[in-house]
Design a protein around this ligand. Structure first.
Ligand code: F6R
Length: 612
């Protein structure tokens, strides 16, 4: 993770770097720092904790200079303390880094033997010393940076500055993304285009293995074999993005409330409302579309909440399209050496499009000759650019670290894809397609109704706040939604929560249930509702405190029309995972607010996980 920024500027850059880092704080917020070139040498300010602390430090002790680099950190090697904050210095060299240097131990031993002493516990510091060693050995800045990078194993996006050369930053990328921004009289580097949006929308994305010599009016790019290469300049849409909470207390709250609108936008990209038909808009390589009709198998890979969206869709693809689906968390899939069927489709789901494990899974499948499709929210992301087929979610920028609107938009795309696949494979006739599309089209309206239950959920959340453990139960598509509920509660409120398929409870986890244990049951009245009622009775008989999220009929049949029942509007089964996400998110949100945790930036987390 971590966010990096560099500016070769024509004005004082420290405030500009801090401004850009604010747009990258979603990548990590354990500590931050900035270094500039001042009076012929490098200087820096660093601070533990969030960027406001660095801002305060700079206000007390400003840092002049027209060339600078900055960093916001998500700690991997070494505690989140100031001494480990970037930029890291060696003799005449400053480095900021996103990623993990896997061979840092052996490099550190070698450098220590060579007389370099280390001030931090980070892996990054070896890069600073390696570059300094190159300079000491008589290489110029470019040669020293190139020699250092050639020694690194692992994942890195780097920005390197030199005490002997104002007006130069070297950037390098292997794994995590790095974008170069072209200004009139300045050049920029950043982890993404959004960070650079206040300065320019002219963006060059470095390819994997590239490194670049960035000066005030020029950039030279080299590939991994040190051959000069041309990379095109894209016009980024990031500049249009306004990062603003509006009148909401948290970004997460705003993003939950945006869901009816963004689900609607996303839907409009995939269905023809008049014809009540799915129109697949693949914004990938038009000459190589997915052949859903002939697919033998679909394998889905993602992490966290995006994985759970994929898990919901397994039920849809198998039920509506009779397409067998394998689904994995990417961190397991990437090393599992799964045999993949010829002609298969590998689908990757990611809000950021930069998650390291998911990208590694994508590379594995591409090497195995699979058709690669991705569902991403950031259209310019590495994942989108590495896919044959791209199905964007139109959620807009998601700032809250806990994913909400990206999840419901992923579900919206997946439901559309499942219907289209069913049609193309001959399992959904025209009338059924029209019915299913009609049902899906109602999702924004139901989501609006669900948002109106906020007051009731806020009250219920009082009961969860302060608990030590919470169980979540669901069946069918509501099982992965139960997992999403437990994940949201854990990450936001730090309460331990686990989800089980409701029928699995009796095979062990029921031993946990006593009169201290809240059990959130997600169970709209559906084909298997009665089965879930039996499981609830098993919980109730052991004193478990049930919070039931259901509809009117479900509440009546469960015999639980109490203050602990959230009664949702009646809706078709297809849209329930999308719409029931809203109370599930709100319950976690309000529990966290009651407990006073940092909702938008929970401890230990980061929005974009670009390390494995
Ligand atoms: C949880 C959450 C994470 C992400 C996961 C994948 O609220 O946001 O679990 O879903 O880190 O991130 P992306 O979707 O960017 O690949």
């Amino acid at each position: 993770m971590c966010g990096i920024v560099g500016i070769v500027g024509s004005r004082s850059v420290a405030p500009l770097i801090v401004d850009a880092l604010k747009r990258l704080e979603y990548r990590g917020y354990d500590s931050a720092g900035v270094a500039t070139f001042v009076d012929g040498k490098l200087d820096r300010r660093r601070a533990e904790g969030k960027l406001v602390n660095l801002e305060a430090r700079l206000a007390d002790d400003p840092l002049p200079g027209k060339t600078g680099i900055g960093h916001t950190r998500w700690a991997t090697h070494g505690a989140p303390v100031e001494v480990n904050a970037h930029p890291h210095f060696s003799d005449g060299v400053a480095v900021v880094h996103n990623g993990i240097i896997e061979n840092f131990r052996e490099l550190r031993e070698e450098l220590e033997a060579d007389g370099f002493s280390f001030a931090s516990q980070t892996d990054t510091e070896v890069v600073a010393h390696l570059v300094a060693k190159g300079l000491r050995d008589g290489l110029d800045a470019k040669g020293a940076a190139g020699a250092a990078v050639s020694r690194l194993r692992g994942a890195y996006a780097l920005a390197i500055m030199f005490g002997g050369d104002d007006g130069l930053i070297v950037g390098a990328r292997h794994g995590p993304p790095l974008a170069i921004g072209h200004g009139g009289d300045e050049m920029y580097l950043g982890s993404d285009a959004v960070a650079l949006a206040p300065f320019t929308n002219q963006i060059t994305y470095l390819e994997d293995g590239d490194w670049a010599i960035v000066r005030r009016h020029s950039v030279e790019i080299f590939d991994a074999d040190a051959n000069p290469v041309e990379r095109k300049i894209d016009v980024s849409t990031g500049a249009a993005i306004v990062v603003d909470k509006g009148n909401h207390r948290h970004f997460m709250h705003k993003e939950m409330y945006e869901q009816p609108e963004v689900i609607g936008h996303t839907l409009a990209n995939y269905v023809d409302f008049n014809e009540q038909a799915v129109v697949l808009r693949d914004s990938g390589d038009a000459s190589n579309p997915v052949d859903f009709a002939g697919l033998p198998r679909l394998n889905i890979t993602a992490c966290g909440t995006a994985y759970l969206a994929g898990f919901v869709s397994k039920y849809w693809f198998e039920r509506h399209a009779r397409l067998p689906v394998d689904i994995d968390v990417a961190s397991e899939f990437r090393y599992r050496e799964a045999p993949l069927q010829d002609g298969g489709l590998s689908l990757f789901i990611s809000q950021s499009g930069e998650t390291a494990d998911t990208l590694a899974g994508l590379k594995y499948c591409a090497d195995e000759g699979q058709h690669i499709a991705s569902i991403v929210n950031v259209r310019e992301s590495t994942m989108a650019r590495a896919s044959h087929s791209v199905f964007p979610t139109l959620a807009g920028p998601e700032i809250g670290v806990a994913s909400t609107k990206a999840f419901t938009c992923q579900l919206t795309v997946l439901a559309s894809l499942a219907i289209a696949t069913g049609v193309q494979r001959g399992h959904i006739d025209r009338a059924t397609e029209a019915r299913l599309v009609g049902e899906l089209s109602e999702a924004p309206r139901y989501a609006t109704d669900a948002l109106k239950m906020e007051e009731q959920i806020r009250t219920l959340a009082h009961d969860l706040a302060g608990k030590k453990h919470v169980l979540y139960l669901g069946r069918d598509t509501n099982y992965p939604l139960a997992m999403e509920g437990a994940l949201k509660l854990k990450e936001l409120s730090y309460i331990h929560a686990e989800a089980y398929a409701a029928g699995e409870l009796k095979h062990g986890p029921i031993a946990l249930v006593d009169d201290e244990m809240p059990v959130v049951v997600i169970a709209p009245h559906d084909r298997i509702f009665e089965k879930t009622v039996s499981n609830m009775q098993e919980v109730a008989a052991r004193g478990g405190q049930i919070i039931l999220i259901t509809d009117q009929r479900g509440a009546e049949e469960a015999g639980m029309e109490t203050s602990r029942t959230i009664i949702m509007p009646d809706m078709p089964e297809l849209v329930t995972p999308i719409v029931y996400s809203v109370p599930v998110q709100m319950l976690a949100y309000h529990t966290a607010v009651h407990m006073g945790t940092d909702v938008d930036q929970p401890r230990n987390l980061a929005k974009s996980v670009t390390v494995e």
